[in-house]
Design a binder for this molecule. Structure first.
Ligand code: IP8
Length: 254
């Protein structure tokens, strides 16, 4: 089973509110369709917030200092709509995807994420591709952002995934922001040894920490399955990563 996290930076233009990168999205859908049609492998897709979820949450925090019930409702509805829209595009391409309302599946128990993976498994067995998304969840009377990254790591670890692929807008991890000419690409990164080697700030609306956030969460969940961070802006890259062909990317080990 494979988990594909389609990051907000590749699905949307993170500097422009509510903007989908349609050309890129259609390429990613076509890669996934081709892979599933050829292999019949099970897959779960998780969507990041990009200029949808992150934009709303950033504005709420700017205006009110926290996520109130109205902001939670708006964020959750907008993310659900984005997921439904993307799921319909998958349907049009011939794939059987289904959106799972993420905040009704996940909760925290003593600061530990818990999800109803039984229900997801149930549908996976019928060749449905579940789509989940970064959402807002209620914990101890407060609304908290649950990132798609954490959902992806969690599902990969609990459901014993063979592979977890983070699709982003860069070729993986660099020692500094890739816009610097002297930024060094890191083809392999160990979560326990290398996190201090990276200095990266995120661009656009982002409340969950971009690439560093993604890696830090992994410390909790990495059980040795294959983890790749790839560039989804390059046509065909996702398909190559899915079938195990070598591309410029970062492999993440515990
Ligand atoms: O983009 C965050 O998910 P992420 C989702 O995977 C929201 O960190 C609602 C901001």
């Amino acid at each position: 089973m494979i988990i594909v996290k389609l990051g907000g930076s590749v699905l949307t233009d993170k500097t422009k509110p509510f903007t989908i990168r349609y050309a890129t999205l259609m390429n990613l859908i076509s890669d996934i369709r081709k892979y599933i049609n050829e292999t019949k492998n099970a897959m779960i897709i998780v969507l990041g917030g990009g200029s949808f979820g992150h934009f709303i949450v950033s504005k709420c925090i700017e205006d009110k200092g926290f996520i109130d019930e109205y902001c939670a409702s708006l964020t959750s509805n907008v993310m659900n709509e984005l997921a439904l829209h993307i799921s319909r595009l998958f349907n049009i391409s011939g794939l059987s995807t289904m959106v799972f309302t993420t905040h009704s599946i996940f909760t925290y128990d003593n600061y530990e994420l818990k999800g109803d993976t039984k229900i997801i498994n149930h549908y996976l067995k019928q060749q449905i591709v579940p789509i989940l998304y970064g959402d807002v969840i209620l914990y101890k009377g407060r609304f908290k952002v649950l990132s798609g990254d954490e959902i992806s790591w969690y599902l990969a670890s609990i459901l014993n995934a063979d592979k977890l692929i983070f699709v982003t807008d860069v070729d993986g991890v660099y020692d500094r922001h890739p816009r610097y000419p002297n930024a060094r690409h890191l083809p392999l990164i160990s979560l326990s040894k290398d996190l201090n080697k990276i200095r990266i700030e995120t661009r656009g609306y982002d409340v969950t920490g971009g690439i560093i956030g993604k890696l830090k969460i992994g410390l909790r969940y990495h059980r040795g399955f294959e983890v790749l961070i790839i560039n989804g802006l390059i046509k065909g890259n996702l398909y190559k990563a899915l079938i195990g062909e070598k591309i410029k990317a970062t492999k993440v080990i515990p």
